[in-house]
Design a protein around this ligand. Structure first.
Ligand code: TYD
Ligand code: MG
Length: 454
């Protein structure tokens, strides 16, 4: 009896790990109940697809193309891209629903279209009319911007070949499917296959393609981390829903540095660039209130001053609460433990709420000292001078460790009129006094910092 050529396998919808039978917990990413049956077509072993055939070549004989970047005419976006779009590259943009992915994509295509380049916006989720409504809001009026509502990759590719735009956006990768792959749209297999097809088109035609992806509750681009390996660049578009600020962050970039961020504000008429984020993040700072500290963080090469707020209040019953927004709560717990043990503050039993004003999220350890000082300030109910700045990493024995690029951080603070800075001693010793007019106070431990400040 002849065996059928299609067979099925189970695939983890989070990381794409396959298994011949259903299992409850993915051995690769640890997710529970993430396996879904997908049909696969058996490919003949040893057959290489024609397009991928290539010969080894001497490195000296390879013609290095002079990378020509296309400006998106959105400064903040160009910055994150590393100086503009690279033709033939594929960018994956992830973010929560409603954060503004479609908006930024349409704005970019409109701007590029206005500079006489043909662009195509493919939408798998909305109708032409819905896209038009958004376009009206943001004032898109380019004569080179095409809109195409379609879900089939084959049809999209056909139109791409016909129109031959320079830049195309597919919104979203989860909404499109290919007929070549038997499993359901939105499954890992489909997403991977669709992305691979778009990728191949981008590379062979020198077209820059943006793929938009939704984010799962775990914060990874839905389903496939596999996609992140495939594409050239991965961006996350983030921000708190109730705030109007949005941050575009590169987490992978084959053509530029990662950790660069672009800051935008969502307004009635679309996303507007924020050129001086520090000024905006500090604009509503309460003066003379305890628990508020300004700390400079570094995002890529760009220093941004943010306000950290802490509220420490006695816990009336049960387990003390720890609520943090914009900072890792484990990090806060660690710093609270250090304050209790090394600085002798009885703070462990208190309710603690922490927030980074403006809806920014910070992961850098350089904010440790700022977080600790804001906790102490709230605990003691003693406000901190408004022209004072704090930064430094804090270790488990309460030591204050040096951070990178202290000079950049100080220069930004100087611009905004700060006069005094508490920083790691090792950073202070390395900085030439001539570099800034801010008076520097070096500390080597958390007790030392508290002593100096309170
Ligand atoms: P959208 O780009 O549709 O988000 P995504 O594609 O990431 O799901 O943006 C949706 C939100 O942005 C929606 O709540 C409305 C708001 N918005 C504005 O505030 N101003 C605007 O000009 C536009 C186009 C959207
Ligand atoms: Mg959208």
């Amino acid at each position: 009896m002849k065996k059928s050529r299609t067979l099925s396998q189970f695939v983890c919808q989070i990381c794409g790990n396959p298994s011949p039978r259903w299992i409850g917990k993915c051995p690769s990413c640890g997710e529970w109940n993430s396996y879904v049956e997908e049909r696969v077509e058996r490919r003949k072993a040893g057959v290489v697809e024609e397009n991928w055939r290539s010969k080894p070549q001497l490195i000296n004989e390879i013609e290095g193309s002079n990378e020509q970047r296309i400006s998106t005419h959105i400064g903040e976006l160009d910055r994150v891209l590393g100086g503009g779009l690279v033709p033939g590259s594929v960018v994956l943009v992830g973010g929560d629903p409603g954060i503004g992915k479609s908006t930024i994509a349409l704005q970019m295509l409109d701007k590029i279209g206005s500079s006489d380049m043909r662009t195509l916006y493919v939408t798998g989720e909305e109708s032409h009319e819905q896209v038009k409504l958004r376009a009206r809001r943001i004032g898109a009026s380019s004569d080179n911007l095409f809109v195409f509502a379609e879900n089939s990759v084959e049809n999209i590719l056909e139109q791409l070949v016909k129109l031959s735009p320079k830049i195309a956006v597919v919104d979203s990768i989860q909404a499109i499917y290919t007929e070549d792959f038997p499993s359901a749209p939105g499954s890992v297999g489909q997403i991977r296959e669709c992305a691979a097809k778009m990728m191949q088109y981008a590379k062979t035609h020198g077209v820059a393609i943006f793929l938009i992806g939704h984010v799962t509750k775990e914060g990874t681009i839905a389903g496939p981390r596999v996609l992140e390996h495939l594409v050239d660049t991965v961006f996350y578009f983030e921000g708190e829903r109730d705030h109007s600020y949005r941050i575009l962050r590169a987490v992978k970039n084959r053509f530029g540095s990662t950790n660069e961020i672009g800051v935008f504000e969502m307004q009635e008429t679309g996303l507007k660039e924020v050129k001086n984020p520090s000024e905006i993040f500090l604009s509503e700072r309460p003066i003379g209130s305890s628990g508020s500290v300004v700390t400079p963080t570094l995002e890529g090469t760009r220093p941004i001053l943010v306000e950290i707020q802490a509220l420490v209040s006695p816990c009336n019953f049960g387990v003390p609460r720890r609520t943090t927004i914009g900072i890792d709560s484990n990090r806060v717990s660690l710093l609270v433990a250090v304050l209790e043990k090394r600085a002798g503050l009885q703070i462990l039993g208190q309710d603690i709420f922490m927030n980074v004003a403006g809806g920014v999220r910070i992961v850098e350890p350089a904010i440790d000292l700022g977080v600790s000082i804001s906790l102490v300030s709230s605990f003691l109910n003693k406000p901190i001078q408004s022209d004072l700045l704090v930064f430094g990493e804090v270790g488990l024995s309460g030591e204050v460790r040096g951070v990178s690029r202290a000079d950049l951080r100080l220069r930004e603070a100087e611009k905004l009129g700060f006069k005094k800075c508490i920083l790691p001693r090792i950073n202070k010793d390395r900085i030439k006094p001539s570099i800034s007019s801010i008076s520097l106070i070096g500390v080597n431990s958390i007790e030392n910092a508290i002593e100096v400040m309170f």
